[in-house]
Design a protein around this ligand. Structure first.
Ligand SMILES: N[C@@H](CCC(=O)N[C@@H](CS)C(=O)NCC(=O)O)C(=O)O
Length: 223
């Protein structure tokens, strides 16, 4: 049995969505973030030493890292679905976006989350102006321009084909959903990038996406 170790309001939501798209049976084991730190509970470290979500167990296999999980599920259970044919030109794009989502798109969005929190974190009053100045500088000189760069790039790429890896919906779109949802929540993605906004609308309308939300429970991305 496939078991998804699912943290509320997190990336593991897209694994549930992929499983729904593939029509597979699975179990959801829920974990709740600490309300203050937003970290996963320690019991998740019993499943995988990093204690992060998603983690999938399937018989004797324990698979962490969402890109690896997506590849595993599609290769093992996809029967040719949700991935372009191995030798096709779209296959390379598929592999690219699978890695790009976590390797390139997420880091500036994560930095934004961290630096935004630096400003609001409790600290002695005399440190606050310094912390604010450092956070503001990091945001304006690096984080915001990087987010803009990536959003422009993704907007341009979605102008070339209906989906990230070509004209057919694929698991790369599932993997790309999280950075785009995070960007809409905290990275300034809005109507100025109509292709990305339309992508979000299209995925949110998919029946499998809606079923996954019902299985996963609350899904409100961190700001
Ligand atoms: N690159 C990893 C990131 C895993 C990750 O950071 N997951 C977050 C959830 S969105 C998490 O577990 N956060 C809680 C924590 O770090 O304790 C992946 O794609 O699986």
């Amino acid at each position: 049995m496939i078991v998804v170790h699912h943290l509320n309001n997190s990336r593991s939501q897209r694994v549930l969505w992929l499983l729904e798209e593939l029509g597979l049976d699975y179990e959801v084991k829920r974990y709740e973030r600490n309300a203050e730190t937003m970290l996963a509970p320690a019991e998740l470290k019993k499943v995988h030493p990093l204690g992060k979500s998603p983690v999938v167990t399937d018989g004797a296999a324990t698979i962490a890292e969402s890109g690896a999980i997506v590849e595993y599920l599609v290769d093992r259970y996809g029967a040719g679905r949700l991935a372009p044919a191995p030798a096709s030109p779209d296959r390379l794009r598929y592999t690219y976006w699978l890695h790009y989502a976590e390797g390139s798109a997420m880091p500036p969005l994560l930095l934004k989350l961290v630096f935004d929190r630096v400003e609001t974190a409790p600290m002695p009053f005399f440190v606050k102006p310094i912390a604010r100045a450092i956070a503001g500088r990091a945001r304006s000189s690096f984080i915001a321009p990087q987010i803009e760069l990536h959003l422009d790039y993704m907007e341009g790429e979605l102008g070339k084909s209906a989906w990230f890896a070509g004209n057919d919906f694929s698991a790369a779109d599932v993997q790309m959903s999280f950075p785009l949802e995070a960007a809409a929540s905290r990275g300034g993605l809005d109507a100025r990038r109509p292709k990305l906004m339309a992508f979000l609308e299209r995925i949110h309308a998919r029946p499998a996406y809606k079923r996954a939300l019902e299985r996963g429970g609350a899904y409100e991305l961190l700001r």
